[in-house]
Design a protein around this ligand. Structure first.
Ligand code: 13P
Ligand code: SF4
Length: 363
C-alpha cells in the first residue's frame, strides 16, 4: 500500500448510500480504465455496481477479454486469481476483501494432492493413466499441478465437455476438490456409481483398496460446498406434496440425490437463464445460494413465476457476502487516486494458465 492510500477503517462506518455515492463517483473518474466483475452470489448492494456479471466460466472469459487497466473482482479469491492469470501482465486484479475465500477450495491443497498422486502411482502409472481435473474453485497452485500433469480446469458449466476431453486422452480422471460435481457429471455420462470412488485425503491410499483404484473411472476428492450441502432430497419431496407442479433446478455442487430429483441441473448462469426463459405461471424450487435466488424471485415475479429457495434454513455463501459496499468504495476511491490496494498476484502463472487454456479452448 502506498503511503497515501486510504485505510479501510475510514470506510467501515459509512452507510450504504454514502458508499453508493462514492462508488459511482470513483467509477466515473476511472472510466474504462476499470471494470467491475461480479459473481451471481454477490449481495444486491454490490451486484448493482457491476459492469459484467456471470458464473465462473463467463467471468473468466470477461477477465481474459478485458482491456481495462484494473479488474475489480467482486467474488471470491480463486476467481480473482483466475482473472490475474488470464489477463495481460500490465493489468491489475483487485479483490475488495482479501478474506473472501471459498471453503470448498480450501479442502484440497497442493501437499495433499501431490501425496494422492504419489499414492496413485504406487498402484498405477498415474501419468499414463490418469488426467487430473481441478474444479475452478481451487487455488492457483492446484491449477498449476494440473498444467504440469497434462490436465485441465473445469467449471460447473463445462464439466461434461472437460470429462469428454479427458477420456479421449486417458482412461481415468482424478477430480478435485468437489466430490458432488464430479459424481453428478460422471453419472450423466453413464459412468456407474461403483466406478466413481471417493478419495478420503485423510486416509492412506484415500481409504480405498488397490482393486478399487484399478477399476475406478473417476477418483473423487472428498470435498464439498458448505452452502450446497444444505439442500436435501427430502426438501423436494415435502415441497412437492404442497405444490406438485413445481419444477426443480439445482446447482451440480448439490448432492447426488438432489440432482437426481431435479428437472434441471446447471451452473448459476444456466439456472438464471432457464427460469427467465420459462413459461409464465410456473413454480420453481431452486437449490443454489440465497442472494441469487432472492434476486431471481424479484426479477420474475412480474411474469407470474414463483421462485422458492430449497432449504428451510438460510444458506448464504458467507465469504461471497464479505464483499460489501464499504470495501468496494475503499478499493475504487484508492484506484481513482492511483493507489492499488488488495491486488491479487499469482506468482507462477505458466502451468496454471496451461490448464485454464485447455478448458477455454473447449468453450
Ligand atoms: P458457477 O460457476 O456456477 O457460478 O458456480 C460457482 C460457485 O462457486 C458455486 O458455488
Ligand atoms: Fe465456495 Fe460454496 Fe461459496 Fe461457491 S457457494 S464460493 S463453492 S463456499
Amino acid at each position: 500500500m502506498s503511503a497515501t492510500a486510504k485505510a479501510i477503517q475510514d470506510y467501515s462506518l459509512l452507510d450504504d448510500s454514502e458508499c453508493d455515492r462514492r462508488i459511482i463517483s470513483a467509477k466515473k473518474k476511472l472510466g474504462d480504465r476499470c471494470i467491475i466483475l461480479a459473481h451471481h452470489y454477490q449481495r444486491n448492494e454490490v451486484f448493482k455496481h457491476a459492469d459484467f456479471s456471470g458464473d465462473s466460466l463467463k467471468l473468466s472469459h470477461h477477465a481474459a477479454d478485458s482491456k481495462a487497466e484494473y479488474i475489480v473482482f467482486c467474488g471470491v479469491h480463486f476467481m480473482a486469481e483466475v482473472a490475474d492469470i488470464l489477463s495481460r501482465p500490465e493489468q491489475i486484479t483487485v479483490l475488495p476483501d482479501l478474506a473472501a475465500g471459498c471453503s470448498m477450495a480450501d479442502m484440497a491443497d497442493l501437499k495433499k494432492v501431490e501425496q494422492c498422486w504419489k499414492e496413485l502411482n504406487s498402484v498405477l502409472d498415474a501419468d499414463e493413466e490418469v488426467t487430473p481435473v481441478t474444479y475452478i474453485n481451487s487455488a492457483a497452485d492446484l491449477k498449476a499441478f494440473c498444467g504440469r500433469h497434462d490436465g485441465i480446469v473445469c467449471t460447473s458449466s463445462n464439466a461434461k465437455q472437460v470429462l469428454d476431453w479427458c477420456f479421449e486422452k486417458r482412461e481415468k480422471v482424478l477430480f478435485f476438490p468437489d466430490e458432488h460435481l464430479g459424481r453428478n457429471t460422471g453419472y450423466r455420462m453413464d459412468i456407474p456409481l461403483d466406478k466413481m470412488m471417493v478419495w478420503d485425503f485423510n486416509q492412506p491410499l484415500g481409504g480405498l483398496t488397490k482393486e478399487q483404484i484399478k477399476v475406478a473411472k473417476i477418483i473423487l476428492w472428498k470435498g464439498f460446498c458448505s452452502v450446497h450441502q444444505m439442500f436435501q432430497a427430502e426438501q423436494i419431496d415435502a415441497f412437492k406434496e404442497r405444490y406438485p407442479e413445481t419444477i426443480v433446478i439445482a446447482h451440480p455442487e448439490a448432492n447426488f440425490d438432489v440432482c437426481e430429483k431435479a428437472d434441471y441441473v446447471g451452473s448459476t448462469e444456466m439456472i438464471l437463464k432457464t427460469v427467465r426463459d420459462a413459461k409464465p405461471n410456473t413454480r420453481w424450487l431452486v437449490a443454489t445460494e440465497l442472494n441469487l435466488v432472492n434476486r431471481l424471485k424479484e426479477e420474475v415475479k412480474g411474469q407470474a413465476k414463483a421462485v422458492h429457495f430449497m432449504s428451510p434454513t438460510v444458506s448464504m455463501c458467507s465469504t461471497m457476502f464479505r464483499t460489501d459496499p464499504q470495501h468496494l468504495a475503499w478499493i475504487l476511491e484508492n484506484l481513482a487516486e492511483g493507489n492499488v490496494v488488495n491486488q491479487i498476484q499469482v506468482q507462477d502463472k505458466i502451468q496454471a494458465k496451461k490448464a485454464l487454456d485447455n478448458m477455454l479452448l473447449l468453450n
